[in-house]
Design a protein around this ligand. Structure first.
Ligand SMILES: [Zn+2]
Length: 485
């Protein structure tokens, strides 16, 4: 059937070819290089890292071009552009890569597994191959927009607000259970309400402007929800799988193992660990969400999760395994303070319960790829110094961050800019401290000074962001408190 959709498509393709300016491969960003250094080995699915590497090494449309694709797909299918943009940000940070842990593809996470197949649905709808949807960022967004419009059905004619798309977004999330689909749709809309800014691996900013009027309070969680606290760890929600683990341990717990999801989301990982007909061979005890540090428990601590297995070694029976929502396309998530605080606090709790050594050692705290016999890049781009600072903050009685607040006077970085800190302020580079707990920037300095503050043996440090004349006072980045070594 030839209809106006296909005419629009032709129009879209012309515009797209004009706007398809690509990031320059000769300017491969440092972050991309770092990520690529971490995707040359196998992980949960042995071939996935090779595919991620292949996708990330291709030239990639820049953020302005991707933004134009969202506009075109929105116009073609009548789906709000903001909804498309936020799904693309949460699922893959506007980056074309795949597969995710739950076998989703591309910026929009078109899923192809045995409980969901939006990839096939989009392929049928658009008349393009599944491979094209995996490879082509624009077609991937079009496919997602088409599926959202399909899920909304005839009702969409009466939609007046973006929240009216909640149920369609739920269905589009492609997750295994009603509660996970609800949870992910809630995340799309709550993120949209607050707005979000992230950085791609090519160093460009993805900016989703806040829509503060969004109200999804009338969309209630499913009554079948089993999301209650677990007996093993109070703050964690429960979403236990019935497969992919051993229901006993043959040795005592002495090790904590950090993982990254690699590609995919918190909800996607939980979904996949619950997919017993297709997965059944991997799991983790806990999964932690970036942005708010929400934790879900998937396997009981008394049971052995299959997360760091290697033949000839007893890695799994001795350890607790944690998946973090840090990914190749949004490695900045490894610095997410809420996720790190949740991780460090939980690691401290279990290190106390099971006398896990509080050191980077075996037994002790390890990354997946530190475990004997493993061949993986997981946990990817983790910054261990940062992770340990959160662990120490949780475990050594230091506050997560010292009270370190203040502003810098408008203007360039010159003398007179001050920042106050509670406790003793130590001098840092290009910064001098005065007796009144204030930091004074040296005259004419226009770099990124840093300094440290200390209370009762707990230390914190801060960088003052670079600022242009016209900008208002920048916020201060505060590192978590840390006991002196
Ligand atoms: Zn891992």
């Amino acid at each position: 059937m030839l209809d106006s959709r296909y005419l629009l498509l032709c129009f879209s393709m012309i515009i797209t070819s004009i706007l398809y300016s690509q990031t320059k491969s000769e300017h491969v960003d440092h972050v991309l290089e770092t990520v690529l250094d971490h995707v040359d080995h196998g992980h949960h699915h042995s071939d996935d890292y090779h595919l991620w590497e292949r996708y990330l090494k291709r030239s990639h449309p820049n953020v302005a071009a991707v933004s134009s694709y969202f506009e075109l797909a929105s116009a073609e299918f009548g789906v709000p552009v903001e909804l498309l943009k936020v799904i693309g940000q949460i699922e893959n940070n506007w980056t074309q890569v795949g597969p995710s842990i739950d076998r989703g593809w591309g910026t929009m996470h078109l899923v192809e597994n045995d409980y969901c197949n939006t990839l096939q649905g989009a392929s049928d709808l658009l008349g393009v191959s599944k491979q094209t949807l995996k490879d082509d960022l624009f077609q991937n967004i079009r496919g997602a927009a088409g599926m959202l419009a399909t899920f909304a059905g005839p009702n969409k004619a009466s939609f007046t607000r973006i929240e009216d798309w909640f149920d369609a977004a739920k269905q589009f999330s492609g997750l295994i259970s009603e509660e996970l689909r609800y949870q992910q749709a809630q995340r799309y809309f709550e993120t949209l309400k607050k707005g979000i800014t992230s950085t791609t691996i090519w160093g460009e900013k993805v900016v989703i402007k806040p829509m503060p009027k969004i109200d999804i309070s009338h969309h209630k969680p499913p009554t079948s929800s089993n999301q209650k606290e677990t007996a093993d760890y109070g703050p964690a929600l429960a979403n236990f799988t019935s497969c992919g683990f051993t229901s006993f341990r043959n040795t005592s717990i002495d090790t904590w193992v950090n993982h990254w999801i690699g590609v995919g989301t918190y909800a996607g990982a939980i979904s996949w660990f619950n997919n017993c007909s297709q997965n059944g061979n991997s799991s983790a005890h806990f999964v932690i969400r970036a942005s708010d540090g929400q934790i879900t428990q998937v396997v009981r601590v008394a049971h052995t999760a299959w997360h760091a297995g290697a033949s000839g070694y007893n890695n799994n029976h001795r350890s607790i395994g944690i998946e973090h929502e840090a990914t190749t396309t949004n490695p900045g998530n490894w610095n997410d303070p809420d996720m790190l605080a949740a991780s460090g606090t939980m690691a401290c709790h279990f290190s106390n319960v099971y006398s896990i050594p509080k050191t980077y050692s075996l037994p002790g705290v390890r990354g997946h790829n530190d475990m004997p016999g493993t061949s993986t890049a997981c946990p990817g781009t983790i910054n261990w110094t940062t992770w340990w600072s959160y662990f120490n903050a949780a475990c050594n009685g230091c506050p997560n961050n010292l009270s370190l607040t203040g502003t810098i006077a408008n203007g360039t970085y010159t003398a007179g800019g001050t920042i106050t800190a509670t406790g003793v302020v130590n001098s840092g580079s290009n910064v001098s401290a005065n007796a009144g707990n204030a930091v004074v920037l040296n005259p004419g300095f226009d770099g990124r000074p840093s300094f440290t503050a200390e209370i009762g043996g707990c230390k914190t440090s801060s960088n003052i962001p670079q600022k242009k004349n016209s900008q208002s006072s920048p916020s201060v980045e505060v590192q978590p408190a840390k006991k002196p070594e």
